[in-house]
Design a protein around this ligand. Sequence first.
Ligand SMILES: NC(=O)C1=CN([C@@H]2O[C@H](COP(=O)(O)OP(=O)(O)OC[C@H]3O[C@@H](n4cnc5c(N)ncnc54)[C@H](O)[C@@H]3O)[C@@H](O)[C@H]2O)[C@@H](O)CC1
Ligand SMILES: [K+]
Length: 367
Amino acid sequence: MTRAWATLWTRSQAAAADRHTIVELGAPSPVLMERAALCCAREALAMRGDLPVWALCGPGNNGGDGVAVARILHGWGVPARAFLLSERMSPELAEQVALAEKLGVPIERGLPQGQAEALIVDAMLGTGAAPPLRQPFVAAVTWANARSGPKLSIDIPTGLDADTGAAPGPVFAADRTVTFVRSKPGLHVTPGRAASGEVVVADIGIVSQDMSDETCLIDPCEVARSIAGLKPGSHKGERGHVGIVGGSAGTPGAAVLAGAAALRAGAGLVTIATDDRGAGAAAGAPAGVDGAAPRRRAGAGGEGAGGRARLGARGGPGGAGGIMVGRPAGGGVGCVGAGRDRGAIGDAAGDHAAPGGGGSLAVREDR
Ligand SMILES: NC(=O)C1=CN([C@@H]2O[C@H](COP(=O)(O)OP(=O)(O)OC[C@H]3O[C@@H](n4cnc5c(N)ncnc54)[C@H](O)[C@@H]3O)[C@@H](O)[C@H]2O)[C@@H](O)CC1
Ligand SMILES: [K+]
């Protein structure tokens, strides 16, 4: 399978790539910062309308990006200011402040005063920071979120856990986030996804050395390409049989959704083995279908377009070519008749299921 899916960098992977590019390859840090700021300044220009731009800058290199954005916009004739929110400054930030001051860019200390509308640029904290957020950034994020104007985050929204998307305190609510080289997992996971707005990935020339354990963002187009189309005139029996084990009595939702998804993806036959007798009807299968289940004799089955419901006739889900296993409510152990030669997918709690063939649960890439 071709994996042209977008890769994501965690905080430590981003830091390793920065180090590799700057220390080992010798790319000058200010050059990378200039590229980062140029990309962000272009986005700010597109977002601001007629508004001035105010960059809220933290003590590290994310703050350095913010000062550089204000300088670049100032050079383009945009009313832009940088606001330094901390007494501390990384060497790169200090260089940016010195350069901006020489060029007459307004640099101020503390939060902006007054109620004028502006595009707020969040250059407070980036991938070098770990939540929970400390002062003065808690107050600054709260102040910014109470304003109605557009908001742009540099690299990640301040307050967000870049690795998990968790928000243990206030998080800057961005309309757009310009993130560098690779996006970050936290920008795509709730609640971080909502705080990040539109995510723009800007290649600023940082390269990684070892990305063997990198995480990928699944591209729906790539997934669609990897699923074979139906042959005209093909029979339901040629389109695969998916077995689903899951859904306790009264809570069949996940099993039902998995069954409906399998049918929509083109499976010829779906078998749901569940403790919940209503699951088959809920999944769109003809009523009254019954069959073998892992723990009790209750179950439901359905077939794709034009198919006839059947369950148990092929030994329940054990007859399936691929099996999905959910965890029964209450943490019981599922028992699946999946052999080593069949694909099995466990859910987040799939480690509680025991494949009957003795093999471990795994996602097979072939079909
Ligand atoms: N040359 C480089 O290394 C480049 C860095 N870039 C920018 O630099 C950022 C990373 O810079 P840094 O590593 O300096 O780190 P950051 O600027 O993200 O943050 C570091 C600062 O945050 C403070 N901090 C950490 N956790 C905090 C918390 N919970 N509450 C309050 N303060 C906290 C630390 O004391 C430190 O002063 C990237 O996100 C990116 O925006 C880009 O300019 C590209 C090039
Ligand atoms: K930021």
